[in-house]
Design a protein around this ligand. Sequence first.
Ligand code: ATP
Ligand code: MG
Length: 421
Amino acid sequence: MEKLQSLRGMVDLLPAQLPVWQHVEAVARDHFRRAGLSEIRTPLLEVTELFARGIGEATDVVGKEMYSFEDRGQRRCTLRPEGTASVVRAVLEHGLLSQGPQRLWYGGPMFRYERPQAGRQRQFHQIGLEFLGAADPRSDAEAIAIAWDLLTALGVSGLALELNSLGDASDRAAYRQALVGWLEQRREQLDPEACERIATNPLRILDSKNPATQAVLADAPLLIDHLSAASRQRFEQVRELLDRLAIPYQLNPRLVRGLDYYAHTAFEITSDQLGAQATVCGGGRYDGLVEQLGGPATAAIGWAIGMERLVVLLERAGATGAAAPVPAVYVVSRGPLAEAMALDLATQLRRRGQAAELDLSGAAFARQLKRADRSGAPWAVVIGESEAEQGLVLLKNLLGGGAEQRLSPSAVLAQLAGSAG
Ligand code: ATP
Ligand code: MG
């Protein structure tokens, strides 16, 4: 029969790859706990309207990249392309804001129908943070510091924090007008996609990956020059706080982020080691989103880290965490009585908290013992049919020159797990 393959852009994570993922997850979990964040888990599948409203029809994510379909009940559903909209939906659905500001984190798979390439998949993973009910500039600096320090704690180096302010809605309206006027005069020099966006999402043009369009944009008006005094002052406060925290940043007036609900602080953390897909972490303030999704006006800020890109950076830096754990005991057996005893002993060891690996191959002792050596376990339990008939096993020290003891299973348990069977 023909073998089946995974869908394009859907990537398996094999056992040999998972230790580094588990390392990142463990470090992140501890980091978030110390920052006073709580985890939230939301469904992978949501009504399409959540993203249409929460991200915006004019974005690439909603316009081109969503996995949407009708379910058997004729509901329009979408596999989540990002975490924020779902988190806000869940917070509103369960009235969590009535308990005060929410400091949340999440992790898991996201789905975007993009062209797969290095650092870009159709199912990928993010870990992210959301502060809901956080208006103070300190929350911007705190959110950024949590991302920066997490990446640093994991051992990623060569990172750059790029920072911009998108101002508030009226700053952006003024800027949008100035930008549209400027772009209209240069329509002939822009690529078709950019031309289309003049009407739908002109700010997004600044983010264009087309080199010719980028060249035209070199002296386009900048949003930063259209900020009100209050917005400018707020941005200065955030920058001063980052200075105090010794977090270096570069101002990037072209950083606009793809999603419509961002306001004020926008940032990306990039690495020069990721090629074209250089952004590891993207985030910013989204003061308008909660209201847009039917909730009370609520200031908010968040970010998301792309796990695949982070893992690549850790592998490059050789900072992949501890090696895979080795078993404490490797259990070798041959013959029906011995094999039953081996299963029993391995299970008893595990019930007492020991990592016991059981060889089920039934192969010759020499082959099984070779695997025992390779496993790195300090001890092997060897059970042959003649020992089994006497109710005994051999306990072999694999590190100390192979000394052997003939013991009862309960003596093995006492020696290796500190308790008798
Ligand atoms: P990009 O410009 O790279 O498409 P984005 O603006 O679409 O990024 P966000 O929506 O901000 O990305 O997502 C946050 C992070 O998630 C990105 O910085 C990146 O690390 C990761 N990410 C986004 N899309 C993908 C993808 N298709 N495959 C792998 N990682 C991704
Ligand atoms: Mg994208």
